[in-house]
Design a protein around this ligand. Structure first.
Ligand code: ZN
Length: 435
């Protein structure tokens, strides 16, 4: 059904002897590590980690352990913290402290304890099983020629694909991310989740929205603030907020309001012998100080206590910070491609021209099949464009100033998708000067 082995997975560049596939938006970092391993024929991810660690240690000899969440962005030349925010679960495992928002690109894994904290929890698994959506996999195979593991499918409590609204398939094997999801689909090595009981449940749906919102926050939740907000909100429910007393607790309310099957799967610790028992790990989210709280238990409390997820997120964030910046206007594919050509694949300059963040633009360009091209001179870039517009190979490569190695490697690497993107927009860009 799928011819996976022969597909080039859009390798954008080679570095330190490794072929480096393009990182996809929403790609879970463990899955990316798996693809990197597979493309380079390294067998398993611990071999890849060894190579990456050795490379990072060259410039940071003081580092003991170099987690993949640190070495991968270094390899990809992207900001470590941005990578961690977009491709790991650190934002919702409570590992990111507000302080780390101050960017410091050159900190080492060891020097910065906040970063270290983030890196440690990146390895935490959120769900027991590795999950994929069959529809997403089919689309990936059709459009990209390969499939990849999405972070949004690994979120605890969400058993369905938010895009296709179909049940996720679960893989319960060792090191599942070393293999593409399409392989599991093709070989029917998965179990399908029954989602009927909970996709209709309003509290579960609110929780699903909250966890996604929390992943997107520019500034991580402050658990002092969430404690104050939830404490205030709990007054409407006449529940008890301390260990002593007879009234119902927040954890009682959670057990009453959420489906049993869903709770036992995603919050197995939320169970008790007797109604009224105070369960610190859940009931403590109402405390006014911020220490030791679980982000996911906080979100679960918000789903139970608020009727509306937006309102909860607003309450959580407005007290400490100004309103989140308005979403920037959507930039068209055409504008991105025009600017990409103008700046010869320099994503940084494209992002600046279009007033987008580097990471947003990098991700958009990736979906259009436009790799970040650094160190490609103007003559080489123009020759690449001419080649993709139909000029013959020898004419293009022999033009003055062309670096033949760069020319060949870009063409080989960018392959069909860059070519089809350029062709698709050929007509609309006839006004763009490309001498
Ligand atoms: Zn899907």
């Amino acid at each position: 059904m799928y011819d996976l082995e022969s597909k080039t997975q859009q390798v954008t560049q080679a570095k330190h002897g490794l072929h480096i596939p393009m990182l996809m938006p929403d790609e879970f970092f463990m899955g990316y590590l798996g693809r990197l391993t597979h493309i380079n024929g390294l067998g398993n991810t611990s071999n890849t980690n060894k190579i990456l660690s050795a490379w990072v240690k060259q410039s940071h000899p003081e580092a003991n352990v170099v987690p993949a969440a640190y070495s991968l962005p270094k390899l990809l030349d992207i900001d470590v913290e941005t990578f961690i925010r977009q491709h790991t679960f650190a934002p919702i495992t409570g590992a990111i402290k507000s302080k780390t928002v101050q960017r410091n690109a050159e900190v080492t894994a060891r020097q910065n304890s906040n970063l270290q904290g983030m890196l440690i929890t990146t390895s935490k698994k959120i769900k027991k099983a590795a999950c994929f959506c069959a529809s997403c996999v089919k689309e990936d195979i059709d459009y990209l020629g390969f499939s990849f593991w999405r972070r949004s499918h690994q979120l605890s409590g969400i058993d369905w694909c938010l895009k296709h609204n179909v049940p996720l398939r679960e893989v319960n094997e060792d090191a599942p991310y070393e293999i593409q999801p399409a392989n599991y689909l093709m070989n029917k090595r998965f179990t399908e989740v029954n989602i009927e009981s909970h996709t209709a449940d309003p509290v579960v749906l609110r929780y699903a929205q909250l966890i996604q919102d929390a992943l997107e926050l520019a500034v991580p939740l402050d658990f002092k603030v969430t404690g104050q907000v939830l404490f205030k909100q709990s007054k409407e429910f006449n529940i008890r907020t301390s260990a002593k007393g007879n009234k119902k607790t927040l954890s009682d309310l959670m057990i009453e309001q959420l489906p049993d099957y869903w709770l036992s799967k995603h919050f197995p610790n939320l169970k008790k012998e007797r109604h009224g028992t105070y369960l610190s790990s859940f009931d403590d989210v109402l405390r006014l100080n911020g220490n030791g709280k679980s982000c996911m238990n906080t979100l679960l409390a918000a789903a139970v206590l608020f009727k509306n997820a937006d309102e909860a997120i607003f309450e959580f964030t407005q007290h400490q910070y100004k309103c989140p910046p308005k979403a920037k206007p959507k930039i068209s594919d055409k504008a991105i491609i025009e600017s990409y050509i103008k700046f010869q694949g320099n994503i940084k300059r494209v992002a600046a021209e279009l007033n987008q963040s580097y990471d947003t633009l990098y991700a958009r360009a990736a979906t259009l099949g436009l790799p970040a091209l650094t160190n490609v001179n103007r003559a080489t870039f123009n020759a690449i464009m001419s080649f993709f517009r139909g000029e013959d190979f020898l004419t293009s490569i022999n033009k003055p100033g062309v670096n033949p190695e760069k020319f060949e490697s870009v063409i080989r690497i960018a392959g069909g998708q860059l070519s089809s993107t350029i062709n698709k927009f050929k007509r609309s860009m006839s006004s763009t000067k490309l001498s």
